[in-house]
Design a protein around this ligand. Structure first.
Ligand SMILES: NC(=O)c1ccc[n+]([C@@H]2O[C@H](COP(=O)([O-])OP(=O)(O)OC[C@H]3O[C@@H](n4cnc5c(N)ncnc54)[C@H](OP(=O)(O)O)[C@@H]3O)[C@@H](O)[C@H]2O)c1
Length: 297
């Protein structure tokens, strides 16, 4: 809950999401959320791949293979990558093909522009013709159009289209494109200590029936540094088994969030993060307490 949303509105929205998609609540084995535009369910914790798989060498491929196995083994399926993340697409393509895991994964990548050659390069590196989600990376101009992405979607190149941004100065462009092009997903930075997206992007995404992926859920590791050497408070142990789950469950406690995509090169961290898909979520009062706690560090 935030300044722009009263407790009643939050409860109504949470109820609406649960009613529209019973498995989107924290019931069942692990948490899935409905993609607003289609109703398809997505496991609520995925894998981000910025920085972690930049070099296509044996050590990186082994790390990536272990992390992807941990993702799938723990009930996850969403991998977020980009044509601009060094060799990450190529590393993932090799690892996924070697383990024959393509059908178990929801692959989201990003292009810098609606360019056919860049698309072809991503498809080749990822070793798949059919992407699940194709996103326009770091939108910054309100005039940027998703027309070509929509054509590709109609041709079956991808099942969903989206936009991304983690620069608050570019939020006006995000808002303009959300309203005009109505993408299936928006990927935005959102963490318990950086909640700008709650004010403007999350409400608009809900209105546009647009799924939300949260980039930088740990603030690139900033949150772990803030709690270094500190125990989880007792009141948080009812819903979180680790600091990672505390930070991720804050985000998943907002029903407008479709999935979180923490980045990791460590399979044990992947498993820890997937734990945020299990057990209860914090309610609105607990979420307020979590934000106050982090702000006081
Ligand atoms: N504009 C955009 O489109 C955009 C911009 C930024 C990010 N993104 C996406 O968002 C994803 C997430 O962002 P990010 O990876 O930069 O930052 P992040 O997820 O906020 O933080 C990643 C850091 O957290 C650590 N970590 C992960 N799980 C942990 C755990 N359970 N316990 C302790 N430490 C843990 C990682 O280290 P270890 O490797 O040691 O686990 C890494 O140092 C990216 O990977 C990318 O896919 C998109």
């Amino acid at each position: 809950m935030n300044a722009a949303m009263t407790r009643r509105e939050f409860a109504a929205l949470a109820g609406a999401v649960v009613l529209a998609s019973p498995a989107s609540a924290q019931t069942g084995e692990f948490m899935t959320r409905a993609i607003p535009g289609s109703g398809e369910r997505l496991p609520a914790v995925g894998l981000g791949t910025a920085y972690v798989f930049d070099r296509n060498d044996e050590t990186t491929r082994q790390k990536a293979a272990a992390v992807v196995q941990a993702l799938v083994g723990g009930g996850g399926s969403l991998i977020d990558t980009s044509s601009a993340y060094g060799d990450a697409e190529a590393v993932l393509g090799e690892v996924i093909a070697a383990a024959a895991l393509r059908d178990k994964l929801f692959i989201a990548t990003k292009l810098e522009s609606p360019d056919a050659a860049e698309l072809k390069r991503s498809q080749t590196r990822l070793k798949t013709e059919n992407l699940d989600l194709l996103q326009l990376h770091n939108v910054r101009d309100p005039q940027q159009s998703l027309a070509q992405f929509r054509k590709w979607k109609e041709q079956g190149v991808c099942r969903y289209i989206g936009i991304t941004s983690t620069r608050h100065g570019d939020f006006p462009a995000v808002e303009a494109i959300l309203q005009r092009d109505k993408p299936d997903f928006v990927q935005i930075d959102y963490s318990v200590d950086d909640r700008e997206a709650e004010k403007r992007i999350l409400p608009l995404a809900a209105e546009m029936k647009c799924g939300v992926l949260t980039a930088l859920p740990f603030g690139r590791g900033r949150l772990f540094r803030a709690v270094h050497g500190k125990e989880l408070p007792d009141w948080a142990k009812a819903f979180a088994g680790s600091w990672a789950q505390f930070f991720l469950k804050y985000l998943l406690g907002d029903p407008r969030v479709t999935a979180v995509i923490p980045g990791t090169a460590d399979p044990a961290h992947m498993t820890d993060n997937l734990g945020a898909m299990r057990g209860p979520l914090p309610d609105a009062d607990q979420r307020r307490r979590m934000a106050e706690f982090v702000a006081s560090l």
